[in-house]
Design a protein around this ligand. Structure first.
Ligand code: XIL
Length: 350
């Protein structure tokens, strides 16, 4: 009997020792909540299938963040599959999760040139029929989520790199005024919603930034309800330069626009070389880049801080691997959902 107890006791010790060793070896503990280290909202994109099937993923989303953006299920093709049918099911589930877990839900996205339903690309009509179609699309969606969604990316990626407006179905059929109309329709549906223009390369490309900012300034001066600019911030270890990140943010809030760092990821493989594991030195640089962004964002006046949203939970979830077809490790958690240097640096330095 005693012998049995001793064996049992040793077994427990081995177990405990192992878990301690593991704890010591892992770079840091996730007991500290990232959102609690910050004076602004910090979110992630959520994929409901992963929430249901990967417990580590679900616990990171639930514990570390206080804001959520849908990665795909609130895009036009998901919410508005045919002309007269809206499909709320999955997005409603996400909204319920956010309500139950006290998280802010950011709506992404109402008007874009990608991930539209086929019927929208094929739509035929006069300018006023197009306006009516766009109004119905925006109004019904924003109205449905009123009180559950705090904010919307009303327009996503409307500019080209040379500063001209992208030749989307919206521009072709309605003309440049589609942008202000979209904001007005969204505001009519939910006057309390915070409305954003969202785009990429805003820091990297000063021509594009100026074009976006000029339009937003002009629209705001006309009374169009445009409240903020979403800087997607899909960036790299090496660029944009840190100073340019701060400078771009300053330019935006100085013009009285709220800033959402809306889709942050920091790629470590700009050349797309084969990279079966992430090199330590690149992960160190990545950690410094994340830290710089969080600190630079923290320095802008509170009234202009909407929050930072990371575009993915574990590296295995990143859109970069399948959309750019390269090995990459751009997020705060690794393929096994263990915290990376970047996460540990944020929670220890912020
Ligand atoms: C991406 C999603 O992450 C992918 O899952 C999807 O296949 C394509 O879209 N800019 C945006 C986001 O505004 O909606 C994109 O999300 C990434 C680039």
């Amino acid at each position: 009997m005693i012998k049995k107890n001793i064996i049992f006791y040793i077994g427990i010790c081995i177990l405990l020792f192992n878990s301690c060793t593991k704890e010591q070896l892992s770079s840091c503990s996730t007991n500290k909540r990232l959102a609690d280290c910050l004076d602004f909202y910090c979110g992630n994109v959520v994929d409901l299938d992963r929430m249901d099937s990967i417990p580590e993923y679900a616990s990171i989303v639930t514990e570390q963040f206080n804001s959520v953006t849908a990665e795909n299920i609130m895009k036009p093709n998901a919410l508005h599959p045919t002309r007269n049918v809206f499909d709320w099911e999955e997005a409603d589930q996400l909204a319920s999760f956010c309500q139950a877990s006290n998280k802010r839900l950011h709506g992404h996205t109402l008007i874009w040139h990608k991930q539209l339903p086929p019927w929208m690309y094929a739509f035929q009509g006069t300018k006023s029929e197009w306006e009516e179609m766009m109004r119905d699309h925006i109004f019904r969606i924003v109205d449905h989520f009123k009180g559950k969604v705090t904010s919307w990316d009303v327009i996503n990626e409307a500019f080209e790199e040379d500063g001209t407006m992208r030749n989307t179905i919206w521009l072709k059929n309605i003309g440049p005024s589609y942008i202000e109309k979209a904001f007005q329709y969204a505001h009519e549906a939910d006057p309390d919603a915070i409305l954003f223009y969202n785009d990429y390369n805003i820091v990297l490309n000063p021509i594009k930034r100026k074009a976006i900012l000029d339009l937003c300034i002009q629209l705001k001066a006309k009374g169009v309800p445009i409240h903020g600019i979403g800087i997607q911030m899909h960036i790299f270890n090496g660029f944009p330069e840190n100073n340019d990140i701060s400078k771009a943010m300053d330019e935006i809030w100085n013009q009285d626009f709220i800033i959402h760092i809306s889709e942050l990821d920091v790629s470590i493989n700009v050349n797309g070389t084969e990279m079966p594991v992430a090199p330590e030195k690149d992960l160190d640089i990545q950690a410094e880049k994340y830290l710089y962004i969080f600190k630079a964002y923290d320095r802008i006046p509170n009234a202009y801080k909407f929050g930072i949203t990371i575009w993915g939970v574990g590296d295995r979830d990143t859109w970069i691997r399948y959309s750019s077809n390269r090995d990459d490790y751009p997020l705060l958690f690794d393929d096994e959902y263990q915290p990376k240097k970047a996460f540990c640096t944020l929670i220890s330095e912020l």
